[in-house]
Design a binder for this molecule. Structure first.
Ligand SMILES: Cc1cc2nc3c(=O)[nH]c(=O)nc-3n(C[C@H](O)[C@H](O)[C@H](O)COP(=O)(O)O)c2cc1C
Length: 384
């Protein structure tokens, strides 16, 4: 059963902010809960979304989530793919595969936004090429993620040419237009967690001396160009959002060197580039940033003036409720908690406790098969 209002009295009284409706651009959301993007490496060998993926996403719609954001999806058949069995939004078959996902989510009463990403130097596996590109030829810190079939250190990329940057920006526009063709309600750029846009933004991975390197204005240029490209690709037919974080999947504790000043420059420029919303990912959604008295999401909300989704350890609804009540965010996204219980919002509305996430649900690999196996072994089912 999908939840289309604020639920029964017990839940609505206890979680009045999470369970209240919200207008996100043209979308009417029944509540403020969002499924965060999660790479599940479960597309077929050609990057085509499967029927299993359609079921996976539809379960969140049935469980009452106000909005669903997909896993990071690659944008071209060149260097953007980062993981084995990662879906793409490039070939006609990939677009058709996604159409069955959006159809299943809409049939279940949900709304779904496509997350598009370019791995840059953080590629672990790419079916199209062994060539790895990044702003500069600098080997990334850290190691590949074993849950995504990775093993050992990252490879050293080669520096992109100016023409290649222009082509990648264009590929984001095409990917966004393909997303609209596939029936999505919007497109979100993965501008977080260390992937290509972050490699441009971060001085340690960007030593370019052209218009994309040096000052913050230059290092942010790629984010702004792909933001504008996605706005063009969506062309008013859906939302265009941007996901940001400081931490990188290969460097969890990274912080923007300019603190609040950087946050102000970054978030306001993204809004100026046309972002309908900003999605802020942190490890602790409630954590204060730069001694500012605000969370990173709160800084985004203050400086961008567009709706903000906060994510990071918010699966305890008391945390999300606190964040929303304090005006630090408009929506709360949960990742691991949504794997634990795709009916998380319905459970809150009914005054029940959602099932907790267990790391074994994505072990040894973060596949949908692993989660299905865990549920079968533990006798857990969710309403079809
Ligand atoms: C299995 C898994 C896959 C993820 N894949 C993505 C992704 O594709 N794109 C993205 O922006 N974040 C991704 N993340 C990060 C989450 O969206 C989220 O920011 C992080 O897990 C913190 O939220 P949580 O505390 O609710 O889990 C992933 C997280 C997990 C656990």
């Amino acid at each position: 059963m999908s939840m289309n209002n604020s639920g029964n009295d017990s839940g609505a009284a206890r979680w009045p902010h999470i369970l209240s409706p919200f207008h996100l651009g043209s979308l009417d959301l029944p509540n403020r809960s969002v499924v965060a993007p999660m790479t599940r490496i479960s597309a077929d060998a050609d990057g085509v979304p499967t029927a299993q993926m359609a079921d996976h996403y539809a379960a969140f719609a049935r469980g009452g989530f106000g909005l669903i954001i997909t896993e990071g999806t690659h944008t071209d058949t060149l260097q953007s793919q980062g993981y084995r069995d990662q879906p793409g939004i490039v070939t006609p078959a990939q677009v058709d595969g996604w159409r069955q996902v959006t159809g299943a989510v809409h049939a279940a009463g949900g709304r779904i936004v496509l997350q598009v990403m370019h791995a840059g130097a953080l590629v672990q596996e790419n079916r199209y090429t062994d060539d790895i590109v990044a702003p500069s030829a600098i080997q990334p810190a850290g190691a590949m993620g074993a849950r995504y079939y990775g093993d050992g250190p990252f490879h050293t990329p080669r520096a992109m040419t100016g023409d290649e940057i222009t082509a990648v920006v264009a590929s984001f526009e095409t990917a966004a237009a393909n997303g609209m063709t596939a029936g999505f309600d919007g497109v979100e750029i993965h501008g977080a967690n260390g992937y290509l846009p972050v490699q441009f933004l971060t001085p340690e991975s960007n030593t370019r001396t052209d218009a994309y390197g040096g000052s913050l204005e230059n290092r942010l240029r790629f984010h702004l160009e792909i933001m504008a490209a996605v706005v063009r690709g969506v062309a008013g037919r859906g939302l265009a959002g941007m996901r940001m974080s400081q931490s990188r999947s290969n460097d969890f504790n990274y912080k923007w060197a300019g603190g609040v000043d950087d946050a102000k420059a970054i978030f306001s420029a993204l809004a100026d580039a046309g972002a309908d919303y900003i999605h802020v990912s942190t490890h602790q959604g409630l954590g204060e940033e730069f001694g500012s008295g605000r969370t990173l999401a709160g800084l985004a909300r203050a400086y961008a003036g567009v709706p903000v989704i906060a994510c990071g350890k918010l699966e305890d609804p008391a945390n999300g409720e606190q964040l929303l009540a304090a005006g630090e965010a408009d929506l709360v996204a949960i990742a691991r908690g949504a794997i634990g219980d795709p009916s998380w919002p319905d459970k809150l509305a009914k005054g029940e406790a959602p099932l907790a996430f267990d790391p074994e649900m994505i072990s040894p690999f973060a596949t949908l098969d692993a989660t299905a196996a865990w549920r079968a072994a533990n006798g857990v089912t969710f309403e079809a």
